[in-house]
Design a protein around this ligand. Structure first.
Ligand SMILES: Nc1ncnc2c1ncn2[C@@H]1O[C@H](COP(=O)(O)OP(=O)(O)O)[C@@H](O)[C@H]1O
Ligand SMILES: [Mg+2]
Length: 226
């Protein structure tokens, strides 16, 4: 992603729309001389607004718990309607196609840091949620459906392992030679769908937004490795 807020020669202070769907709008904007990512719940359809607000609140909670973790956006503002995250320079995975081993080593560390703080991301199959920074290191965005309730028992471990498995699927695509035997074994044993569905029923609203009503996303069609 380039840093020009207004490609096409518009006003540099005009926010740039990154994505719009039933759950609202994501814009790159400038606040106090700083680039921020703005999620606007008020822009969601009326029927989707309660879901959008809950999802943004969950994202704010996750980001607050992850404050200071390198590779996770800073939470700058949340007022029940507008969520501001710090901008992280980089390109989404489907564009940058990270093939270096170091990317996956750092991504594993990043996941471990999330899980240590009791956060599971839950949406890592989507390439656009993985960024590749200009120095080649990973970053993660989009904590709307994250688990934020701490390291609790079997459910937490099940979901954390799915986070890991989704990362390994991307590694298998872009850097397969670097997969260890243990990583191949994890890839070969996904969690039982029924258990996973019980654990992630809250993802339903996102599926509805995506599959039934459609959405557009100018980041391009990033693959989803389910
Ligand atoms: N902090 C950030 N820094 C840079 N780009 C971001 C940031 N947050 C989001 N983006 C970009 O905006 C896109 C949409 O944001 P995201 O939080 O994933 O929204 P959604 O939940 O609607 O998918 C991301 O895929 C990413 O390309
Ligand atoms: Mg996303």
């Amino acid at each position: 992603m380039d840093l020009d807020l207004a490609p096409g020669g518009g006003d540099a202070a005009t926010p740039r729309l990154l994505k719009a769907d039933e759950l609202g709008r994501i814009e790159l904007a400038e606040r106090d001389g700083r680039l921020v990512i703005r999620r606007d719940v008020a822009a969601a359809r009326w029927w989707a607004r309660p879901f959008a607000r809950r999802a943004a609140a969950r994202e704010a909670r996750a980001l607050a718990r992850l404050a200071g973790v390198d590779g996770v956006p800073a939470l700058l503002h949340w007022d029940g309607c507008e969520l501001l995250r710090g901008y992280i320079a980089g390109a989404p995975m489907q564009q940058a196609q990270p093939r270096q081993r170091a990317y996956y080593r750092d991504a594993l560390r990043l996941l471990a840091a999330l899980h240590r703080r009791g956060i599971v991301h839950n949406d890592l199959a989507k390439e656009p949620n993985w960024l590749v920074r200009p120095d080649g290191r990973p970053a993660l965005v989009d904590f709307q459906i994250a688990w934020t309730r701490g390291r609790r028992g079997r459910l937490f471990r099940l979901l954390a392992r799915e986070d890991l498995r989704h990362l390994l699927k991307h590694k298998r695509t872009y850097c397969p030679d670097a997969l260890s035997a243990r990583q191949r074994a994890i890839l070969a044993t996904p969690a039982a769908p029924a258990r996973l569905w019980r654990a992630t029923g809250k993802r339903l609203y996102k599926l509805i937004a995506r599959r039934l009503f459609g959405y557009w996303d100018n980041e391009g069609a990033g693959r989803v490795r389910e």
